[in-house]
Design a binder for this molecule. Structure first.
Ligand code: BES
Ligand code: ZN
Ligand code: ZN
Length: 493
């Protein structure tokens, strides 16, 4: 899909459709909408008077052969109340419009902004590209409908090349998000840890990042006992992907951001086997790893001023003759001993070694992302990402980035009382909480045992990484959540 800025008068552009938006209860159309209404002899006013056009958030009203426009159709999308409207709303309405028109066979589209500069243009581009993604790669009957081009009109030019680079940035970010979604979609027979590592390597080379893949021998040499404990039940060997971005004028002693992602390519639960119902969903258990790969892909192009290192441990979690068993004690790379109460709490085990290794590589700040617990769904449903972190100011900075890019995240508690719940009788810690409840929090505490005092953020994306129902602006399946926030945070750090 081509996306470009245009300066010609929007009314003269031949296209299958022109998209613009309407505010809630807007009855005196102004600006470009006033012009369109006049050209159409007040038809928008009559649509509003009849109650068909209300401007309620995400409402779609399609007008065929609009008078005064060279476009074949005018699509009006509701954007809600004018006072509350932000770049994130534009992202959603652009996505909603794209999906609406794509399903109706539109090829050439114009998006007409009524206001807004580079930030708005970037959000629109992100909304369009993210909305264009479908999960039907393996369906032979998939629709070949493609939107060929979207022309952006009506944005205020920023200073210099601002608007052009905003469009470019939006494209890089959204395409990275789709890169992750494609990986998350892959079934486990088509994405083993080795195959994921190969895809990471190919992406890194293309993006200009340095990359190192640790194989099972190197992993053993490094004594990543927690990762090995999980991996030993599978015939597929584990991998750890290490990707590095170094800025041109890297400041010695400057901050190094570590991005650690859980990449369990399939989670059967191991000997603590999961029920068969919905088990197929556990192919998305590498979502945290895909998130970090996507963030690195984008950062390679956006070039933040700090160094960033991604560490992505990857394995299957399988039952088998050599699998670890409940009660087993593993020695993590850090030297901490772990009593494995439940082999299904494997994500925290592999992240323990991932987080510790990232610190050994010199990371001064950490973010991890993981489809870690079912408990986060109990707490927050599929609306908010559960965001943990210490110190609190570091977490708050991250939450500000999430807000800026329109991703819903909610701060979760990490009081010392919860640490008591992961004390073990025979080892340093146990991999599940001993009390009732708080499963997402005890899981976070387990990770903190390895992050220690390094500023650290943990994103539990178990409930938000995948949606079973599509949204008007987003296909069902993998969402690519958290990637935009991580990119924004790294750029501002
Ligand atoms: N990968 C799962 C978490 C998960 C659950 C992701 C549902 C997506 C949807 C994780 O490895 C897991 O199994 N966690 C257990 C931990 C428990 C055994 C302490 C869980 O949440 O049930
Ligand atoms: Zn599990
Ligand atoms: Zn898991």
């Amino acid at each position: 899909m081509q996306i470009g800025l245009i300066t010609e008068p929007y009314s003269q552009l031949r296209a299958d459709a022109l998209i613009t938006y309407v505010f809630d209860a807007e009855n005196k159309f102004d600006g470009v909408l006033g012009e369109i209404n006049r050209e159409m002899n007040g038809r928008l006013e009559s649509l509003a008077a009849s109650g068909e056009l209300t401007g309620k958030s995400l409402e779609t009203v399609l007008v065929h052969f609009p008078q005064g426009l060279a476009a074949q159709r005018l699509l009006l999308v509701g954007i809600g109340k004018p006072g509350k409207f932000s770049a994130s709303d534009l992202r959603k309405i652009a996505g909603t419009a794209l999906r609406y028109l794509k399903s109706r066979g539109a090829k050439k589209i114009v998006f007409l902004a009524r206001e807004g500069g580079p930030e708005a243009a970037q959000a629109v581009v992100e909304g369009l590209i993210v909305a264009d993604f479908e999960s039907d790669k393996y369906r032979s009957d998939r629709k070949k409908q493609e939107v060929e081009s979207v022309s952006l009109a009506g944005f205020h030019t920023g200073v210099g090349g601002d608007l052009i680079s905003a469009v470019e940035q939006g494209r890089v970010i959204a395409e990275s998000q789709n890169f992750a979604r494609d990986l998350i979609n892959e079934p486990s027979n088509r994405l083993t840890p080795r195959m994921l590592a190969a895809r990471a390597e190919a992406m890194a080379k293309e993006a200009g990042l340095s990359v190192e893949i640790l194989d099972e021998r190197k992993i053993a040499e490094l004594k990543m006992g927690a990762l090995i404990g999980v991996a030993q039940g599978s015939v597929e060997p584990p991998r750890v992907m290490v990707l590095r971005y170094t800025p041109k004028n890297a400041r010695p002693g400057g901050p190094v951001l570590g991005l650690v992602g859980k990449a369990v390519t399939f989670d059967t639960g191991g000997i603590s086997l999961k029920p068969a119902n919905n088990m197929e969903k556990m192919k998305d258990d590498m979502g945290g790893g895909a998130t970090m790969l996507a963030a690195m892909r984008a950062l390679a192009a956006l070039k933040p001023s700090i160094s960033v290192i991604a560490v992505i441990p990857s394995t299957e979690n399988m039952p088998g003759g050599r699998a670890q068993k409940p009660g087993d004690v593993q020695v993590a790379m850090s030297g901490k001993t772990i009593e494995v109460i439940n082999t299904d709490a494997e994500g925290r085990l592999i992240l323990a070694d991932g987080i510790f290794y990232a610190r050994k590589l010199g990371c001064t700040h950490l973010i991890d992302a993981a489809t870690l617990t079912g408990a986060i769904e109990v707490a927050l449903a599929n609306v908010n990402v559960g965001a943990f972190g210490t110190p609190r100011e570091y977490l708050d900075q991250f939450l500000a980035s999430a807000k800026a890019v329109g991703e819903k995240m909610w701060p979760m508690p990490i009081d010392d009382e919860y640490e008591e719940m992961i004390k073990s009788n025979i080892a340093d810690i146990r991999n599940t909480g001993s009390g009732k409840g708080g499963g997402a929090i005890t899981a976070a505490w387990f990770l903190k045992e390895f992050a220690e005092d390094t500023p650290w953020i943990h994103l539990d994306i178990a409930a938000t990484c995948w949606i079973d129902e599509g949204r008007p602006w987003l296909a069902k399946g993998p969402t690519g959540v958290a990637i935009r926030s991580i990119i924004d945070f790294a750029m501002k750090m």
